[in-house]
Design a protein around this ligand. Structure first.
Ligand code: NAP
Length: 244
């Protein structure tokens, strides 16, 4: 039976890069997406073209019925060894006093409840003491707070950090590791959803390394944390943020 990795939000951006790297390392990969089936199918084709195994599976990580179906369909590919909770959203830049509760709820539904539901299923199906592990994609925003842009998003990632630390302790006795990566400003399409596609370039001079990050730089850290090379890391929050 093949080792299986589930990557949420793998149709583009950081998730896509992680999925392709995990497939290169021999995992069968479930390519989860929300809306963009065409892009998810392209990721599958790219993996299959080099002899890998992958399947595109639509599911809203914030919906428990969808998450259960996602796991059922993914488990047809192999034994779950790695879950990467990468799916995440942000909304247009606003100060907190202008934010509606509906907006804040939508951000928390995907970024927090989604991670919670995915971790819940993983904890149920992962085998003990076989190297199985979870990597959550948080954000350096949990540390910086994203003032004047999206404190709701930053707060949702703070919740992901706490969940990571607590779940790592809950699952440690089973030999299941739980870690998080906190990317800084990375060149992806997420910034367009915030209303500023060129945000990374505008703020590059404020980053100690003086540039935005590339998806592969984040994906490398996620793949490393998910590997046996990180066998003594659990409950870790790894900043991949150019010094922010
Ligand atoms: P992105 O390019 O906007 O891609 C987001 C992915 O998540 C897409 O594949 C999207 O699927 C999927 N998605 C969104 N909502 C979903 C849901 N409810 N259920 C399932 N899938 C869903 O984002 P990215 O920049 O690569 O970010 C990936 C992760 O890194 C996020 O958690 C983000 O918060 C975090 N991060 C990013 C940055 C950055 O600067 N880019 C910095 C720090 C942290 P569809 O396309 O099918 O809708």
């Amino acid at each position: 039976m093949k080792n299986l990795a589930i990557v949420s939000g793998a149709s583009r951006g950081i998730g896509r890069a992680v999925a392709i790297k995990l497939a290169t390392n021999g995992y069968a990969v479930a390519i989860n997406y929300l809306h963009d089936r065409a892009s998810a199918v392209e990721v599958v084709a790219e993996i299959e073209a080099v002899g890998g195994v992958a399947k595109a599976i639509q599911a809203d990580v914030a919906n428990e019925t969808d998450v259960i179906r996602l796991f059922d369909r993914s488990l047809e590919l192999g034994e779950l060894k790695v879950l990467v909770n990468n799916a995440g959203i942000l909304r247009p830049q606003l100060r907190l006093e202008e934010m509606s509760l509906e907006r804040v709820k939508a951000v928390f539904e995907t970024n927090v409840y989604g991670v919670f539901l995915m971790c819940k299923q993983a904890a149920r199906v992962m085998s003990d003491h076989c190297g199985a592990n979870i990597v959550n994609v948080s954000s350096i925003a949990s540390k910086t707070g994203s003032a004047n842009e999206y404190v709701d998003y930053a707060a949702s990632k703070g919740a992901v950090d706490s969940l990571t630390i607590g779940l790592a302790k809950e699952l440690a006795s089973r030999g299941i590791r739980v870690n998080a990566v906190r990317p800084g400003m990375i060149h992806t399409e997420i910034h367009a959803a915030g209303g500023e596609p060129n945000r990374v370039d505008r703020l590059a001079s404020k980053i100690p390394l003086n540039r935005g990050g590339k998806v592969n730089e984040v994906a490398e850290s996620i793949v490393w944390l998910s590997s046996g090379q990180a066998s003594y890391c659990t409950g870790a929050l790894l900043d991949v943020a150019g010094g922010l």
